[in-house]
Design a protein around this ligand. Structure first.
Ligand code: ASP
Ligand code: MG
Length: 454
């Protein structure tokens, strides 16, 4: 079997849903489990709805609810007619009526707990999958809608509930597997689950990828497909590098490295259950389904023809240089420095140390003044803003001669000053810091060097 997960933009309207159905049909021999997100923007709208029920009272919230009703009704009207339309419409309305009752009770209580918020947030997926399921059925596909709340059992940490893997595995095999075996396409919701006591939960924003990976791992999928609205993971940011292209294959570690740099396609932590079971995860574009996308595999890549997979950067970085005023770092100095950052909840990203000083980067300016005041009690502190971290990523990068020297000779040739370098931490990246104004030049020069035109 395979898992096919469709994100919000892939199910945003009737056209998108038709397209999903045709993509699923083409894969039907592979026994797909379809995991869908809410229509794009609906989860945000539901959360706003819940908050407005508490803050702005019933009337305003009920207006927002009508917007949601209209949006889903329109999809139903586009996709269905006659008897089927009537059935779907009444199911959509039943869900929205349930939601309306919730709005009223929140407005009366004037209190919105995380538990209630999860119940609100889950309606998006319940609505989108209802529409998608009926459409696929109408198109003649043998399919069944499975309520994720019966399978995705979680703890009660509302808004970011933790999946209970053993129970999910058991239920997935009991509820989903037999239906796939009889040749039915199973449609279910991403993102939502329930406690063992059947109280609705969600597993965190953007959680549908995680749902897909968990279910795929539970059912020993051959492949997990993440259908989105981009062609895959790119060699670099296409807005800066027009020649950037799709990476055909990359490892999980490479993907994890890139995630920090805003490769927003997919958060690697969410596919960990798949990786642990060695199930390939393929990122695909539902608008261009014939593009092969990027496949993320657990291991490998070291002997590929291209060692460098991607050139990523992150802007708006602050570089902080901390020099011990006692000239030599006392023992415990680093611990004290990091304690200051930790106590302000600020995470430190790249670090380089020497005997007397320490350079590090942070990506938010919040709390920096307070941090600086505290650090100055033990050291000299210098802050430089508007820097950018660059990261050249590739499995086997350290084992391959010439990569590191290519990076820095390119920078040298382009006369781009580098303020910090980090090489040791992981085997798969070279990281350095440049001025924000040099981002474009740096990215272009490196991309040219590592991805010459075919
Ligand atoms: N609909 C949920 C969200 O917007 C989950 C997802 O799209 O993955 O966060
Ligand atoms: Mg979404």
């Amino acid at each position: 079997m395979i898992v096919m997960k469709f994100g919000g933009t892939s199910v945003e309207d009737s056209g998108a849903m038709r397209n999903v159905a045709s993509i699923v049909r083409r894969n039907i021999v592979r026994r797909p489990l379809v995991v869908a997100s809410a229509c794009a923007g609906v989860t945000n709208a539901l959360i706003a709805l819940a908050r407005s029920a508490r803050e702005a009272g019933k009337e305003k919230a009920l207006d927002r609810l009508e917007d949601l009703r209209l949006r889903h009704r329109k999809i139903a009207h586009d996709l269905f007619a006659g008897e089927v339309l009537f059935t779907v419409q009444s199911q959509v309305d039943a869900l929205l009526d349930e939601l309306r009752d919730l709005v009223k009770s929140i407005a009366i209580l004037g209190e919105l707990t995380d538990r209630s918020l999860d119940t609100f947030a889950g309606f998006g997926e319940r609505l989108s999958t209802l529409l998608l399921f009926h459409h696929m059925k109408q198109e003649g596909m043998p399919c069944v809608l499975v309520n994720a709340q019966e399978v995705m059992i979680t703890n009660a940490e509302y808004t970011r509930a933790a999946p209970m893997f053993a129970e999910i595995n058991r239920r997935a095999r009991e509820i989903i597997a037999p239906r796939l075996e009889t040749g039915q396409v199973v449609v279910t919701q991403g993102f939502i689950g329930a406690t063992a006591e059947r109280i609705p939960t969600t597993i965190g924003r953007g959680g549908s990828d995680y749902s897909a990976a968990i279910l795929g791992a539970a059912l020993d999928a051959e492949e997990i497909q993440i259908w989105t609205d981009v062609d895959g993971v790119m060699t670099s940011d296409p807005s800066v590098i027009p020649e950037a292209r799709v990476i055909e294959e990359m490892t999980f570690r490479e993907a994890a490295e890139l995630a920090y740099f805003g490769a927003k396609v997919l958060h690697p932590a969410t596919i960990l259950p798949a990786v642990q079971k060695n199930i390939p995860v393929r990122v695909l574009n539902s608008r261009r389904p014939d593009v092969p996308g990027t496949v993320i595999v657990a291991r490998g890549g070291e002997n590929g023809e291209r060692v460098v997979k991607s050139i990523a950067y992150k802007e708006g970085i602050t570089l902080i240089t901390i020099t011990s005023t006692r000239m030599l770092m006392m023992h415990g100095f680093l611990a004290r420095v990091f304690e200051v950052f930790a106590s302000h909840g600020t995470s430190v990203d790249v670090i380089a140390t020497s005997e007397v000083s320490l350079s590090l980067t942070v990506d938010s300016r919040s709390n920096l003044d307070a941090i600086s005041v505290e650090l100055k009690k033990i050291a000299e502190v210098e802050e430089e803003h508007d820097k950018a971290i660059f990261c050249v990523v590739g499995e086997g990068l350290k084992k391959t001669r010439g990569i590191v020297s290519t990076v820095f000779s390119v920078l040298d040739r382009e006369d781009i000053p580098v303020s910090m370098i980090s090489l040791g931490a992981s085997e798969i990246n070279v990281t350095f810091v440049v001025d924000g104004k040099d981002i474009q030049r740096t990215a272009q020069a490196l991309h040219r060097a590592f991805f010459p035109d075919r």
